[in-house]
Ligand binder design. Structure first.
Ligand code: CUA
Length: 339
């Protein structure tokens, strides 16, 4: 080995580490981040943000004070000769009182607004609309109580109104998080945790399962669509109507395949099937994404999905049904009618 090799290697490693750290730091500068909890777009997220800001500046103040004092002491009290010892301050009552009382006051200053906010975000308005949310590996189910509306991946809420989400899970622990609208709350099997969300304006807000839940944890995304109150009512009404009976030859054949190939055992389509393993497909085509919100809902992506679901989303519960291209085309033709 050449004498300089280890040196060069360690220099390279240091440069790589620095480049990596800088890259991570610079990702904080993107302006179009759609999952940024510092850009609150609703009252609930804003109240969390309003707590973060003062706590952050208190922390900055503490950091500057501590780092400043340490730097000052390093320079001012550095050892100047071998027998140079600093003046001992053990038992200095005034100093010890200061560094006990000051942090206690700081912590109290942070604790009071924090505890108040915990109670605020956990007080739910009585008339808030409710949506039941169930986490599955790896997609989200949304049920609207007192209606026949059951959907997946895309959550519709009315804008400008607090909506109460009641979260649970069908398998492992998941975590529901739409950073621009609210904090994150666990979806736990056998429990019903509550989360208030509100969007100021109509729009699409993005989220993500925030608790590692297996192979496709990263593929368990959320699309929250806030509609104007009129659009929301129209959406809710349209979702309660059953699917149309397919009329074209290929979509009719697709419906038959849906019942023969086992799809019906796992998926509900109102009036057709009652499976509860996978998402309710009654209005599948009214959704813009599928499979944990990772694919745009178009024929090409659907064909790829039906060909081999676990290859498209690792660990997918939906198996490869070994469908022929002809079967796939017919099934897609049928799915396209489920508007
Ligand atoms: Cu569900 Cu991570």
């Amino acid at each position: 080995m050449q004498p300089h090799a280890p040196n060069r290697r360690s220099r390279l490693a240091r440069a790589a580490a620095l480049a990596g750290a800088l890259t991570i730091l610079l990702t904080g500068c993107v302006s179009n981040a759609s999952q940024d909890s510092l850009k609150a777009k609703g009252s609930v997220a804003r109240s969390l943000d309003s707590l973060f800001v003062p706590v952050f500046w208190i922390a900055v103040g503490v950091f500057c004070l501590v780092a400043g004092l340490v730097s000052f002491c390093i320079v001012r009290f550095r050892r100047r000769s071998d027998d140079d010892a600093p003046k001992q301050i053990h038992g200095h009552t005034r100093l010890e009182l200061t560094w006990t009382i000051l942090p206690a006051l700081l912590l109290a200053g942070i604790a009071i607004p924090t505890v108040k906010l915990v109670f605020d975000v956990n007080s739910y308005p009585k008339n808030a609309p409710v949506v039941n949310v169930t986490g599955h590996r790896w997609w989200w189910q949304f049920d609207y109580p007192n209606t026949a509306v059951h959907t997946a991946n895309e959550l519709h809420i009315p804008a400008g109104q607090k909506v109460l989400l009641v979260l649970t899970s069908d398998d492992v622990i998941h975590n529901f998080w739409v950073p621009e609208l609210a904090g994150k709350v666990y979806a736990i099997p056998g429990r019903h945790n509550k989360l208030l969300v509100e969007a100021d304006k109509p729009g699409t807000y993005y989220g993500q399962c925030a608790e590692y839940c297996g192979t496709s944890h990263a593929n368990m995304r959320i699309r929250l669509i806030a509609d104007s109150p009129a659009d929301y009512q129209a959406w809710l009404t349209s979702q309660q109507v059953g699917p149309p009976t397919p009329s074209a030859a290929d979509s009719t054949a697709g419906l038959t395949l849906f019942q023969q190939k086992g799809c019906a055992g796992c998926h509900t389509i109102q009036g057709i099937s009652a499976g509860v393993v996978g998402p309710d497909l009654t209005h599948f085509k009214s959704r813009s994404v599928f499979a944990g919100s990772i694919f745009d809902n178009n024929d090409n992506n659907l064909r790829a999905w039906l060909r081999n679901p676990p290859a498209e989303k690792p660990g997918s519960v939906m198996p490869n049904l070994n469908l022929t291209q002809d079967d796939i085309n017919k099934l897609v033709a049928y799915l396209d009618t489920l508007k």
